[in-house]
Ligand binder design. Structure first.
Ligand code: PRT
Ligand code: MG
Length: 214
């Protein structure tokens, strides 16, 4: 039996991947939400799950420290996808990448007037491509979290962030003014592992694909 390693982040990615794993006959022994373990065994002795930060999933898979993983499209775009095969949109952890500004800020007219906007985001690559395609002049400021604070504290005019219910924007008196893209999580596979461990990996990929289609 070839052992395989699956990289997941705790929280919504882990929770929403559980039914897909179950379809492949894989049941993790513990939930990282309650366990502090970073390596979790499963009902199948040949399978282990490593718990990493969401942004680190593509890196673990790229270098072969994990054979497969689940990562948001947002994370994959910022990573660049080198060495990764990404065969499946899993349709989980859905949200939208949006531009947001303080309530009352007239984004459309600022853009029309060719104003240079300061935009804070964790998603610099996505933001750069979006504004370049629209011909909007921006200075991008890299943040690692709590983007919603940036306009309130005077750090930026706008943010690029993920929006799900819209509750976080609302609570901070921000409003979404532009849709950049829909986001969902993808299966990522190490390209070399797919060749060497195909007998073990392909049935898992197929089971995920079947579960997604339902
Ligand atoms: O939380 P941590 O800093 O450890 O890492 P992370 O935020 O990268 O991980 P996690 O588990 O929060 O997100 C993992 C993946 O879930 C992301 O890469 C996205 O692909 C996806 N996802 C889906 C989301 C959301 N929905 C989401 N709503 N990721 C983050 N959010 C955040 C958003 O950034 C904002 O702060 O939730 C807030 C907005 O939510 P609403 O419901 O108030 O609009
Ligand atoms: Mg988070």
């Amino acid at each position: 039996m070839t052992p395989i390693t699956i990289a997941l982040s705790k929280g919504r990615i882990f929770d929403e991947t559980l039914p897909l794993l179950a379809a492949a006959g894989i049941v993790p022994n513990e939930n990282p939400a309650t366990s502090r373990k970073l390596i979790i065994g499963a009902n199948r002795p040949d399978v282990r799950v490593v718990i990493v930060r969401a942004t680190d999933v593509p890196t673990y898979v790229q270098y072969g420290a994990a054979d497969i993983g689940v990562a948001g499209k947002d994370v994959l775009i910022e990573h660049g996808g080198e060495g990764l095969y990404s065969p499946l949109d899993l349709g989980i952890a859905r949200c939208r990448m949006m531009v947001a500004v303080p309530e009352g800020f007239d984004y459309a007219s600022a853009v029309r007037q060719g104003a240079r906007l300061r935009v804070a985001s964790k998603y610099i690559r996505t933001a750069r491509e979006h504004f370049a395609a629209k011909g909007v002049h921006v200075d991008l400021i890299k943040l690692y979290g709590s983007m919603e604070l940036a306009p309130l504290a005077g750090l930026a005019d706008a943010i690029v962030d993920l929006v799900s219910t819209g509750g976080t924007l609302k609570a901070n008196k921000l409003t979404a003014c532009e849709h950049i893209m829909d986001i969902s999580a993808r299966l990522v596979v190490n390209q070399a592992a797919l060749k060497v461990k195909r007998q073990t990996l392909q049935p898992i990929i197929d089971a995920f694909a079947g579960a997604v289609e339902e």
